[in-house]
Design a protein around this ligand. Structure first.
Ligand SMILES: Nc1nc2c(ncn2[C@@H]2O[C@H](COP(=O)(O)OP(=O)(O)OP(=O)(O)O)[C@@H](O)[C@H]2O)c(=O)[nH]1
Ligand SMILES: [Mg+2]
Length: 230
């Protein structure tokens, strides 16, 4: 067993995940895939490569996939829990850099919006949508984190235990913002490491109107509660 585990949520990522799994082989990490019964056979594809897969019955959402994955990771003796997307947007080269920073902060966020961070092949619309979500969250919640929506992270296991992840409610990418808030409220040290985020080439994005709406509603309600001191 390695001291770090990479938790990867998947839904229909058979075309993308092979490259990621191949690159991860070179690193001292264990890998756990949380698959939501992908009709394209992602789970069997990963298992055939010797990867541990936790299979669920249907598409239950990104947030619930991470809650399940983190609970499994914490039930073992890992020191660090890494999260990455399967769609090729998160680069293993950047993970190597992030792992070099382990020990400097309890939460390391792979960030597109710090100096030297970058995005590739995103339309201006997607860029503004993502920058807008981060700006909105920072304005209402004063997070002080440039890329609070990033799903590329390394948590110290001790921090994750304190964060009581089972009570995190968000289902879409808002999960990352809620986790950032929770980390801050637990007094965590947080570092942002520049990454290059590359738009997926294969497969389809799971971003949807309802996922974006969830983020707007949750951020707004947290902001209002904050305003009235709750
Ligand atoms: N298990 C599980 N994984 C999911 C679910 N929704 C998305 N994922 C995975 O979460 C990761 C991120 O999903 P993406 O489709 O890239 O969504 P996104 O990164 O928010 O959107 P883009 O920025 O358009 O790529 C991928 O590995 C997906 O396969 C889900 O409901 N269940
Ligand atoms: Mg993606």
């Amino acid at each position: 067993m390695n001291t770090s585990i990479v938790v990867i949520p998947t839904y229909n990522e058979i075309e993308s995940i092979g490259t990621l799994l191949d690159s991860l082989k070179a690193l001292p990490v264990d890998v756990l895939v949380i698959d939501d019964g992908s009709p394209d056979g992602t789970a069997d594809f990963c298992r055939a490569r010797g990867i541990e897969v936790h299979s669920r019955t249907g598409k239950l959402g990104l947030g619930s996939a991470y809650r399940a994955g983190f609970a499994l990771a914490l039930s073992r003796d890992y020191l660090h829990v890494i999260q990455m997307d399967a769609d090729g947007s998160h680069q293993v080269g950047d993970l190597v850099t992030m792992m070099d920073w382990i020990g400097t902060s309890e939460l390391l966020i792979g960030s597109r919006w710090v100096a030297d961070g970058a995005i590739e092949n995103w339309s201006k619309f997607r860029e503004y949508l993502s920058r807008g979500a981060d700006a909105y969250a920072n304005t209402l919640l004063s997070l002080g984190i440039k890329d609070a929506t990033s799903g590329f992270r390394i948590y110290d296991a001790d921090l994750l235990k304190k964060m009581d992840v089972s009570t995190i409610k968000s289902e879409g990418y808002c999960f990352q913002i809620e986790m950032t808030r929770r980390a801050i409220s637990c007094g965590a040290t947080i570092g942002e490491i520049p990454i290059t985020f590359i738009e997926r080439v294969m497969g389809r994005s799971k971003m949807s109107f309802s996922i974006a709406l969830e983020a707007i509603l949750r951020i707004t309600s947290w902001g209002l509660l904050r305003l009235i001191g709750r």
